[in-house]
Design a protein. Structure first.
Lengths: 309, 314
């Protein structure tokens, strides 16, 4: 490039060139595609891919296993109470003779359902509120105040109030978890937006009169993708943990709808003599949460364009 | 800075007031049956009314709110109405707070020391075996639901080392397992922070200069890197120490520790309005003050940080 410049004479430099349409469109060719690069760098991380495969298999299997169960989740086998795992009862039975195989996999699907719905709702609320909170200065005080207030009111208050207004059940639990879980994400997004809102490209965009909606969707969100993915992946284990805690406190789902949390807290009392009651749910919940956590971390690294070659 | 502090404290007062009023109103939306428990079905309407009247629930909500706030300002925290009937809230707190706070403060110290040590080790041997080992620990603690490893510790670890599974105030050996369970999570959190900040800090120019000057590695690590990496952590220290008065819900439940852990949950479930309100008042005040002290502390430790001023455009 430099050599060429030197070789140009004054005449060549200062004479008009004829307009060539093809040349004006001429750019360096790049086959860069964001999502393809994300997938490619994710695929390089063999460990994360393995975990993802395990996780997907486990999730698919959980739904499939429900169909293969020989007993219903509420079927009582009166002669087979607290049986250790054997050929008939693959995960044993609980204290009133219910088949743990059926219950465990059913609980897994319930916990996953709750976790994915709560995560999905919270991510959307978190992004929308976080963007407005960080981008529109005038709303900062208001949202900070709202944040302080919601974060300081205990979840039990919402839960009990909601169970009073609605039937205790999955939707009650989901709504009450949603009321608080979006806060952390919104705050995170807000801090990031705060950092990039006055960068030159955004300043330029604002000067050109870009509407708020377009600013957020085109200028801010692409910057946040990797953080959002990370948060999403971390939120699923968090929601599962929260559900486990709430069930343990007796604030979870009704007893006809066992979740992993409910199984863990039921298993605890007889755990020392009948370890199968606790080990299988604990193992499954651990595999799911660890894989989500690690695969999410890897995917978030992969989705950061700075890590693309 | 004084002006900023006063302004900020006044703002916090308003926030606390809003929180208390919100909780107050939410508690008044709770079902009437909640004030009675199981015997509700057996009571006659007259008995129900008499009880509700004695709880002061027939007054208009604004009068109730006024009474509550008036009492608070004169230093009277009132009595518990459902958990320990007619026992002053201060008495309940005086019994429970010291237990929770003692456990909390000790475990916060443990997790600070071990967490920082782990983080420093990881940063020092970045990419080596120790680093991966620490990362593995952090990943497991962060992703597995706490209840699962609390159970594990309570059932297996107590068996292996022949430690008691229940808390006993007179037997210090029984304090070990709850303390370990309580610290595991925050050790992981601290280590994660320290490692990240130290790795960031190690790539900075002044560290390169220090190395070029020939300072010993250990000296650079402790005098330069750790000190700078510690600044962002300082902000959270006061909150974590102050919030120990709240206790740990799951651990106190598991080991039957008579602390604050489940007091709030119980009070909400049993609709002990006054107790709930006082607890929320205390927790939110302490939380907000903790964050405030943290900000001040950060400014003291690192003179470059100025929070009060608006700063530039970005």
């Amino acid at each position: 490039m430099d050599e060429k410049k030197v070789q140009l004479t004054d005449q060549e430099l200062f004479s008009f060139v004829e307009f060539d349409r093809r040349k004006s469109e001429d750019t360096g060719y790049s086959d860069y595609s964001y999502w393809r690069s994300v997938l490619r760098s994710f695929a390089k991380n063999k460990f994360a891919v393995t975990l993802l495969v395990i996780m997907v298999l486990l999730v698919v299997f959980a739904f499939f296993a429900n169909a293969t169960a020989r007993f219903g989740i509420e079927d009582l086998n009166r002669n087979d109470k607290l049986v250790s795992p054997n050929a008939t009862f693959w995960f044993g039975t609980d204290s009133i003779g219910r088949d743990m195989w059926a219950r465990t996999w059913y609980a897994t699907t319930i916990s996953l359902e709750i976790a994915s719905i709560v995560t999905f709702v919270c991510v959307i609320i978190g992004i929308v509120i976080g963007c407005i909170w960080g981008y529109v200065r005038a709303t900062d005080r208001f949202f900070t105040e709202v944040y302080n207030i919601i974060a300081n009111i205990p979840q039990t208050v919402y839960l009990i109030l909601l169970t009073y207004i609605m039937e205790p059940g999955m939707s009650t639990l989901i709504i009450s978890m949603c009321t608080t879980s979006w806060l952390a994400l919104a705050r995170n997004v807000r801090n990031l937006v705060f950092m990039i809102r006055d960068r030159e490209y955004n300043l330029a965009s604002r000067c050109l009169g870009t509407p708020l909606y377009r600013m957020i969707v085109k200028n801010l969100i692409p910057y946040l993708v990797s953080v959002i993915i990370l948060r999403m992946a971390l939120m699923i284990p968090q929601v599962i943990s929260l559900e486990v805690t709430l069930s343990y406190l007796g604030l979870g789902l009704p007893s006809t709808m066992p979740s992993l949390g409910a199984l863990l807290s039921q298993g605890r009392t007889k755990f020392q003599d009948y370890p199968h009651l606790l080990i299988f749910p604990a193992l499954i919940v651990s595999i799911i949460t660890i894989s989500f956590y690690l695969a999410g971390n890897a995917f978030s690294d992969a989705s950061d364009p700075r890590n693309h070659v | 800075m004084l002006k900023y502090s006063i302004k900020r404290l006044l703002e916090s007062l308003v926030t606390v007031l809003i929180i208390v009023v919100a909780v107050f109103l939410l508690m008044r939306l709770m079902p009437v049956e909640g004030y009675f428990g199981d015997e509700y079905a057996k009571l006659t309407q007259e008995m129900i009314n008499r009880k509700l009247e004695s709880l002061g629930l027939f007054d208009p909500p604004l009068v109730q709110l006024g009474n509550f706030l008036g009492d608070i300002f004169t230093g009277n925290l009132g009595v518990s109405t459902r958990i320990q009937i007619d026992v002053p809230v201060t008495t309940i707190l005086a019994q429970k707070v010291p237990v929770s706070a003692a456990f909390g403060v000790v475990s916060t110290f443990i997790s600070l020391i071990l967490g920082i040590a782990l983080g420093v080790t990881q940063a020092r041997f970045k990419g080596k075996f120790m680093d991966s080992l620490g990362t593995g620990y952090i990943i497991i603690i962060n992703s597995v639901p706490p209840l699962v490893y609390y159970f594990f510790i309570q059932v297996f670890v107590s068996d292996w080392f022949n430690l008691p599974m229940r808390y006993d105030g007179d037997n210090p050996v029984s304090w070990i397992l709850p303390l370990i369970s309580m610290s595991l999570g925050s050790i992981a959190g601290n280590a994660l922070w320290v490692r990240r900040y130290m790795v960031d800090e190690l790539n900075k120019d002044y560290i390169k200069l220090a190395r070029a000057k020939g300072l010993p590695y250990k000296y650079i690590m402790y005098r330069h890197v750790l000190r700078n990496a510690f600044v962002p952590m300082v902000q959270y220290l006061p909150v974590s120490f102050l919030m120990t008065i709240g206790g740990s819900l799951l651990i106190e439940e598991l080991y039957a520790i008579p602390g604050m852990g489940n007091l709030l949950v119980q009070a909400v479930q049993k609709q002990d309005n006054n107790l709930v309100q006082v607890l929320i008042l205390i927790y939110s005040t302490v939380g907000i003050i903790g964050v405030f002290i943290g900000d001040l502390l950060m400014m003291v430790i690192d003179p470059r940080i100025k929070i009060g001023s608006k700063g530039g455009a970005r």
